[in-house]
Design a protein around this ligand. Sequence first.
Ligand code: HEC
Ligand code: HEC
Length: 340
Amino acid sequence: MNAKSFTVSRSGRRWLAGLSAVCLAALPGCSPVTSDELAPIASRHPPPPSSYPEQPVVSAPPDDGALKRVPGSAAAMTMTQIRNLNLAPDWYPSDHPPMPSVVSQGRKPDTFACGYCHYPNGQGRPENASLAGLSASYISQQMADFKSGQRKSSEPKMRAVALMVANAKAVTDEEVMISANYFASIPFKPWVRVVETDTVPKTSVSGFMLVPVAGGGMEPIGQRVIEVAEDLARTSVRDSRSGFVAYVPIGSIRKGEKLVNANARGATTSCVTCHGIGLKGQGDIPPLAGRSPSYSLRQLYDFQSGARAGKSSAAMREAVSTLTMDDMVSIVAYSASLAP
Ligand code: HEC
Ligand code: HEC
């Protein structure tokens, strides 16, 4: 967390209640928060590590030179090719329209290929985002918010987001328009299988995401979403047809459904009123159905902490201001379980 999060929003201050003594003493812009105001909030909680995977700085294992393949594709690539951020691995060219160069290559040395991180079909990964099916103007607005510094991460150590921000700062308006139109034109397909469970495999961070620790056994899920590749071998070569499985606490989907449809915790408007029936989105209000729950949880948390405070974020900051961590976990378990 950074010092900014103490000052940017009231809710940001509330979840830091445990630190309010520090806040009051040391930081300008921190006004006293009474215990009454704090009472309904149970999410005095640091950023949940399972939604903010911190990639350790390690050198990638050397390329053994072998050609990798994936089912249903005629392509073959070495790991060196697969790791090239200026050439998105495109296993299935027929799955998407022809990529403009900003998506397939980026522009050396300033920007990486959008399609590298978000995949050529825009399906994305938990540590980034699914862009397929978002509206072009929503995408452009987010690029502007990243660029202006109004959208950042509650966890500055999360390198994936730092890379996105750097990319957004370097792209031109024309590149934004072209890439936004490209991803908006692709329908988002089912991508995440949501499973309620008590126990999950022990995980660590590798390749910017959670992976089960080999021989690590199981542990209680607690109040977490644990999202891992459905097939790690395919995801590690960036196979854009191989999705994810998200483990969520037992009972969370039903709890989330209630929160989303009611005016959760005294909010003035329910989530479905804005995000549409089945959370499929409407107009420039983004769809949530079937999208990565670890991504969605990161966003809810970022709105609450004030790290995401872009031009159209006011409604969201209000909507999440009283949600607890348990509420947020339940909401994203439900939204991810819906058909896109
Ligand atoms: C190095 C990897 C990387 C590259 C390259 C990259 N992104 Fe991202 N992108 C991310 C990450 C990580 C996030 C998640 C940010 C967060 O959690 O707040 C993200 C989020 C986004 C979002 C927000 C989605 C939403 O639902 O609000 C948009 C829009 C986006 N990227 C567009 C682009 C475009 C367009 C390009 C190319 C011009 C691009 N990205 C290139 C990593 C990348
Ligand atoms: C008054 C309208 C409104 C209400 C109510 C609302 N939202 Fe939103 N939501 C938005 C808008 C607008 C955005 C885009 C914000 C931005 O551009 O920063 C958004 C963004 C989001 C995002 C980020 C999506 C992405 O792709 O990054 C999530 C997750 C989300 N909302 C969940 C919820 C949940 C859960 C609720 C109910 C607790 C809710 N919203 C209630 C309007 C609303």
